[in-house]
Every structure is written in structure tokens, then in C-alpha cells.
Design a protein around this ligand. Sequence first.
Ligand code: AMP
Ligand code: MG
Length: 472
Amino acid sequence: MTLMIPFDNSYARLPDSFFARQAPVPVRAPQLIAFNNDLAQILRISPGDVPEMAETFAGNTLPDGAEPIAQLYSGHQFGNYNPQLGDGRAVLLGETVGADGLRRDIQLKGSGPTPFSRQGDGRAWLGPVLREYVVSEAMHALGIPTTRALAAVETGEVVRREEPMPGAVLTRVAQSHLRVGTFQVFAARGQMDSLHRLTEYAIERHYPGADGPMGLLRGVVQSQAELIAGWMSVGFIHGVMNTDNCSIAGETIDYGPCAFMDSYHPNTVFSSIDRMGRYAYSNQPDIAVWNVAQLATSLIQQMKDKDAAVEEATEIVHAMPDLLQKNWLRRFRAKIGLTTEDKGDEALISDLLTRMAQNQADFTNTFRALGGDKARDQFLNPEAFDEWSDGWQARLSQEGDPVATMTAANPAFIPRNHRVEQMIEAAVQGDYTPFHRLNTVLAQPYEDQPEADDLTRPPTKSEVVHATFCGT
Ligand code: AMP
Ligand code: MG
């Protein structure tokens, strides 16, 4: 068997100012950890034998048709503008048009230094590669837009972090790697031709039919509002919502110090570098609006009538909080079993969340248990749940089959942070059983899987992960 990837590379045909041509840097002794056959089928990739795939997805051999490039972008990191970021540890091999007609990027992450590496080594260690593999595939199975994982390899090399760690490369698949920061870099440099070309490209690829830069902005507002509501509904905290990690296609991208909440609290932060809580759970909708406002600011630069453009962009961005709220309400209504709308619903949901926060209720398990009679057990003081439940039951009497609605909206399984950490620790010791088990169970998050009951359990005191370090 020979690995075959049907490349059709549109980004590499854009002007040279958009990227640097950069081949992946070979590694010493690649070993294939995982290859995602289901995803490969969608991409119309025919798998090769294991050694060949290890070589390819480590970047040691270039598959036919690949045109490796490191993409240029900039972005706001924790609110401060960094004029040049770019792919410092990744190369885009190229794109394929899948069996579903969708064009997708195939990128190697951890593939060695590029002109954008700055002080970095261009590499990734095994931990963040496996984290991204498991969490992005789990996100997909949860039904939330995300980049995906096609393959993971160990490099056979050591990367120096706080301690020496095994190196690895992730093959990431995305509807594109266009970010808010891709627009910011040309706008900040005053490169209007490039900005204009990029805008056209993004419209054609992601929002066909959108009317110019403001049409694109409307599209991104919609898809980001949809995405963030999805995150909120499963208790996901991205951790680094910088503008360079904000996808124009509306996918979850760049899984670094991200995690799903165990016990619910709106101020939850995981990332060790987020000391101010800028990217805390409940701030995510506001930050998404802020990020889209940066896109608006960049897009406006190319408009002839600036005053009119500012007015239109302001109106579009100002409409986003309402849209977020609508999407949030739709998601959370389903989580408590509602398909109809009542003006008291928002207060009903907020009341439940407040009680959950006061009672350290597990986010995932509480919602999942609403379909049975055990939800009250999730509360330090179960009566706090009972008080809420009376009003809820009254409201539910207007519904047909609330249990089915809830089962479809409330996963039993999320990639709990302590399980992800345990999986990484095992893999570093050479044991990939937990990695494969997590992938198998998390592929069906809405199904009860009694044999995997241990994976629904929140961490014990000693298992709690206190900070998740940046994925570098
Ligand atoms: P991230 O935190 O993954 O969104 O990355 C932010 C920026 O830092 C991007 O431009 C990355 O390419 C770059 N970067 C992160 N880690 C490394 C590394 N090990 N070597 C080179 N560049 C890196
Ligand atoms: Mg990034």
C-alpha cells in the first residue's frame, strides 16, 4: 500500500507575501502513534503501510503533490498586539477536497523551525500533541466545529522543555488556518493589495456569496457566535483566545492549555499563563466579540468610504452579543429538556447554574443526570436542586419528550482534564492504552457506556490538575 493524498493547494497559489516556503525538518526515528482512518476516508486519503505513514506524518518524506509552506499571521496575545507571529512550529502540506466537497488544510504541527520561529525550536512534545489529538476528536464527536487530528507520530528525538521530553508531530486538519490574525498582519502593515486578496480568498473558501468585506464580517460573527455557544454548552474553556487562535471558518483551533470544567464555576480558568482570568469560562463570549472587533478594524482598512464602513462594521459587531445570547439560550434550553420557548427560560437556566456554582455541582454529570432522578446528588446541598426542580417540572409539562432532548444535548463523556493528564503520563512511559481508550469512548459521547463509567467520574482531590501549561 502506498499513501496517497489528493492535494489541491490553493493557498500556495496566493502571493509570496502570504507565507514562506518551508519544508518540514526531518526527525531521527519516527514511530506512528495513531492514524485516523475515519477522517482519512472523508479526505479521500488512502493509507499507506505503517513505516511509510510514520515517515510522512513526521515530515521526513513529502507526499506527492505537497507544497509545504509556513503561513504568515500576527495577532493580539492577551490583548497586546504582536506584529509577527506566523507558523513557528508548523507547516501546511497542502489541501484536499474531501468526499463531502469541503476543502481542508493538512498541516504538520511540531515539524521544525520556520522563518517565523523567533526563539522557539519549532517542535512539540508528546503531551500537547496527544492532548490536541484526543480533545479535538472529542470536540468533533460532541458536534462542535473543530480542527481534527489525522495522525500523531513520535519523532524519536528529545525536546527541551522544563525537562527533556519525547518529541512528537501532530497532523492537523482544518477547514483552513485563516485566523483573525491573518487579516491583522496585512492591515497593520498597510498592505492593501494583500488584504484585499485575502478577503476575496476567505469569502470564496468559507462564505461564498458574501458581499465584500462586511459580508465576510457578518459570516464570521455568525460562525463564532455559534462556536462559542457550543463551547459554553459543554463547559469547554479554550484557554488562549488570542486573535491568532480565532478561526475565520469558525472552528475551535489551537488546543493549548484548554480543558473542560468539572465542578461548575463561571470564573474557572485552567491556563497557568492566564493570571488575570481574561479567558475564563464566562468571559469567552465577550472575548469572541472583542476578537471579531479586531477583524472588523482590519477589514475596514481596505474600504473606500471609511465612515460608512465603520458605521456598518459597528452595527455588525454590536449585533453579536445578542446572537451569542440566542445561541446560548437555544443550547441550554435543550440541556434542560426544552424545545419550546418561554420568556422565563433564561432565568430558569441561570438559576440552575447559580445553584450549581454554589454547590460545586459537576457540570457534565449534573446535566446528564437531569434525564433521571439523580441530579440532586451532584449538589452539596441537594435541596438547592429540589427548590429549582419544582419550577422546572412545571415548565417541562409543556414538553413532549424532554428526556430525549436532554440525552442528545448532554454528553455523558467529555475529555476530563485529569484523564487527559493521566493519559499523557502513561504515554510518556510508553503505554498508549489510555490514549486509545479515551479516543474510543469519546467518539460516542452521548451514549451510555457502562464499561467506561470511570471516565465520567470527576477527579479525586489528588487527581485535580491545578494548571495546564501552554502547549509548547
Ligand atoms: P500558540 O500559543 O500555539 O498559539 O502559538 C503562538 C505563536 O508562537 C505561534 O506563532 C507559534 O507558531 C509560536 N510557537 C509556539 N511554540 C513554538 C515553538 N516551540 N517553536 C517556534 N514557535 C513556536
Ligand atoms: Mg496559535
